[in-house]
Design a protein around this ligand. Structure first.
Ligand code: UD1
Ligand code: CA
Length: 454
């Protein structure tokens, strides 16, 4: 199969009005990635050598996504005249003479590369057209699959179906695979049906008439959830999360309460890492082995190395790099900063645009003042440094290796290695002041005592 070339055509020219959104439907996200991105990725996993994305005129945001992150070539369908018409919008790609053609929908994000590979394998083994089928609890508006033994005889759209056909439980998921030489039959598809549209599904009857082999591959309903509304988006997200949690656990992570952990499409969690309840992973997170992520942490764009401990209630923002055995504790926020091997920031701190050296200790309430209203500035904290509680480090500033910063300091100049820097009002003490004040106040109450206590 690997020698066969494959073109994936992803249809995304539908209007998506039911989302009630200024954002094109296929750019709504599942697991932090636009739905269209998931579909493009699945096609890639299935070995697609070329990907065509069919959009409506003016879908600039979709075009931009495909150009920058998605990968593929854009084709514009001038008017939505049906799924076959949409496929033909990519006729230049179809002319490329690919062995296999896969047709996918941009709003059906959970179809897996594995399923698509299975469909391609059926083509390699002699099928001419392969349709993906499933059995929904409510077959609603799906095209019914009319079988003749193992051969798929036709797909009947609901509006064109007889009562007997409507009672069929096996329906068209929308994904189709066909051999490249079937592409010319697409032009023979007409639009004499209830919706006056060019139905891709009519390819099945045409193939049958030409004596071709048309088969069905069945999948679970969760894999082919189509998204038309916000509620369906939430349903697809839930299905995605179930799948992602299962993958994380299969790879050796412990999720104490899987249902309360939210993962992104690219979250990587190493073996024997423990994730406590109520943790959210945004995109771009990589976690090594033996890490503990405690409850209520929010983590995005971060890399966490072996044996580190995060949270509870930690926030790691993009560019956070927590090295081996380092600790980021409760109410600590880290952004674009390295917390080096064995370093600790256990409570109530903000560390942004910084490097915290090996074994350094950041006290409670320490803030890197990284922003001056115009630019972000760097704070360099050396190895073994001890920053006392409630200190403000005004960047750019460097604390040399082994230095101490006294609690409550406001540090705006570099501190030499092994020095103690204290930058706060000196403590003074007035012996007996309170006793004298008390005595005077009592006398004043009785009408005397004009003098003051110094
Ligand atoms: C289609 C199938 C139906 C199947 C169902 C699965 C046809 C004729 N029917 O019906 O058998 O059960 O999907 O969800 O294919 N699109 C375009 N341009 C168009 C029309 C559609 O890009 O001119 C895109 C849409 O954006 C959507 C996809 O194609 O992503 C499916 O179109 P839609 O109109 O939703 O098809 P259904 O009527 O649901
Ligand atoms: Ca649909």
């Amino acid at each position: 199969m690997s020698k066969r070339t494959c073109l994936a055509i992803i249809l995304a020219a539908g209007e998506g009005t039911r989302m009630r959104s200024a954002v094109p439907k296929v750019l709504h996200k599942i697991g932090g990635r636009p739905m269209l991105g998931h579909v493009i990725d699945a096609a890639g996993t299935a070995g697609a050598s070329e990907t065509a994305v069919v959009v409506a005129p003016g879908d600039d945001a979709v075009t931009r996504f495909v150009a920058t992150e998605g990968g593929g070539t854009i084709f514009t369908q001038r008017q939505p005249q049906g799924t076959a018409h949409a496929v033909l919008a990519a006729r230049k790609a179809l002319a490329g003479g690919h062995d296999d053609i896969l047709v996918l929908y941009g709003d059906t994000p959970l179809v897996t590369g594995r399923t698509l590979k299975r469909m391609r394998r059926a083509l390699a083994n002699g099928a001419d057209v392969v349709v993906l089928g499933f059995r929904p609890s409510d077959p609603a508006g799906y095209g019914r699959l009319i079988m003749d033994g193992r051969q798929l005889a036709a797909i009947r759209e609901l509006k064109d179906a007889s009562a007997a056909e409507r009672s069929i439980g096996l329906v068209n998921a929308g994904v189709m695979a066909f051999r490249g030489d079937m592409a010319k039959a697409l032009r023979k598809i007409g639009n004499s049906n209830a919706k006056q549209e060019y139905y891709l599904t009519d390819l099945v009857a045409l193939a049958n008439a030409a004596g071709k082999t048309v088969t069905v591959q069945e999948v679970g309903a969760n894999e082919v959830i189509g998204v038309n509304t916000r509620a369906e988006l939430a349903g697809a997200e839930a299905a995605f999360q179930r799948r992602a949690r299962q993958v994380a656990m299969d790879r050796g992570a412990t999720l104490i309460d899987p249902e309360s952990v939210f993962l992104s499409y690219d979250t990587k969690i190493g073996r024997d890492t423990i994730v406590e309840p109520q943790v959210f992973f945004g995109t771009g997170v990589t976690i090594a082995e033996d890490v503990t992520i405690r409850a209520h942490s929010y983590i995005e764009g971060a890399a966490i190395a072996r044996g580190a401990e995060i949270g509870p209630f930690a926030r790691l923002r993009p560019g956070a790099r927590v090295r081996d055995k380092a600790r980021v504790g409760n109410f600590v926020e880290v952004k674009n900063a390295v917390i080096d091997v064995g370093a600790k920031a256990n409570h109530l701190a903000y560390i942004g645009d910084a490097h915290v050296g090996t074994g350094a200790n950041i006290g409670a309430g320490v803030i890197t003042c990284n922003y001056d209203g115009f630019a972000k500035n760097h704070t360099e904290i050396g190895a073994g440094v001890f920053v006392g509680s409630n200190s403000a480090l005004i960047a750019p500033v460097t604390i040399g290796d082994g230095a101490y910063v006294g609690s409550g300091s406001v540090i705006n100049r570099d501190v030499a290695p092994d020095a103690l820097a204290i930058a706060r009002g000196r403590q003074t003490e007035k012996p007996g002041w309170v006793a004298a004040f008390r005595k005077l106040s009592m006398r004043r109450k009785k009408g005397g005592g004009k003098e003051t206590v110094r």
